[in-house]
Design a binder for this molecule. Sequence first.
Ligand code: PLP
Length: 385
Amino acid sequence: MGLPMTIEMAKKSRALAAQGHHVVNLSLGEPDFDTPRWVKDAGIQAIENNHSHYTPVPGIPELRAAVAAKFRRENQLDYQPSQIIVSTGAKQSIANAVLALVNPGDEVIVPAPYWVSYVDLVEFAGGTVVAPVAGLETGFKMGPEQLRAACTPKTRLLIYSSPNNPSGATYSPSELEALAEVLQDFPDIFVIADEIYEYIRYSEPYVSLASLPGMKDRVATVNGLSKGFAMTGWRLGYLAGPQEVVDACEKIQSQFTSAATSITQYAALAALESGQNSVRYMVDEFCNRRTLFFEAMAKIPGLRMHLPEGAFYLFADASSYLASNGFHSATDLCLHLLETAKVSSVPGEAFGLPGYIRWSFAASQDDLHEAANRLIQAFGTLNHA
Ligand code: PLP
């Protein structure tokens, strides 16, 4: 298990910046907004109130109740607070669930492109990843027949994110229903639905897989505050699911980290109580940046792209620029772009789709203009097939 490629690219761009270059960093996956004022205030208040002690491993009761209320209000999902476990980020929630569910020899379906960590976590648990490719042609979404073809008697788990990192693809209600219908034929397969980008999407409506008929007892829904509330550094995620899965996650978490930070938990309470509309201003701005960046990058001939429906990434097929310029992979091309245009990006190899590049548009409009201009120039000096 190496360093995720996203972190590797960020390290290289920091080194260039240290040499005095103005690098536009479009490689990292986090909102550039500050945490909302009222959430910060709740954190400060928690410190003043001396909420500085261990909390119960799955979280303070008020927060578990607030998460259950969020699921009821926004996802039409009815969970008891006992079915919620709060962790130090969606990443830990996913790690807990993978370790709880996957045994050596199990197969886990992870449609590509996927978030880097799913694969490493499954392999860490001794599982084997089966990755059906959902490329640009299918809008980066796995279709029902692809899912059916990937299911075998050894399949234990399906992990997917919607909106997706790196592509921004977001399953519509009918697309999810079609996947759920296939899963009816495979009752032993459990699902981790990663909904961390739920709030950052540009189309309605949004449906949680667990809320579809017959799915609630076989889905663990993971979400958190990192993306929607611009709280990546606070480390707060949560998982809701069947009681036995939540109990197993609690056992694992109790040995690895115990609970999430007490102060963060009180800040999270304020965030969850303010709800989705309170952070709409960030989504509106991401939406403007999406348009700006997409329209600029569409000027590059030979780059194939799809307008992202959610998250804050543009994922483009750059394969026509590889062999024609002597690049062996998108990683080579990304390094070339970093060196010549001083724009950092992440190669598709990190997400199971070689030949693609991910650019994050969680950057200011000025930076996005600048990056797009530099990239247009850099691609202009290259040949494409
Ligand atoms: N899931 C996906 C798809 C992500 O892109 C990320 C972060 O980049 C995470 C989970 C992790 O979220 P957290 O910071 O809450 O651990």
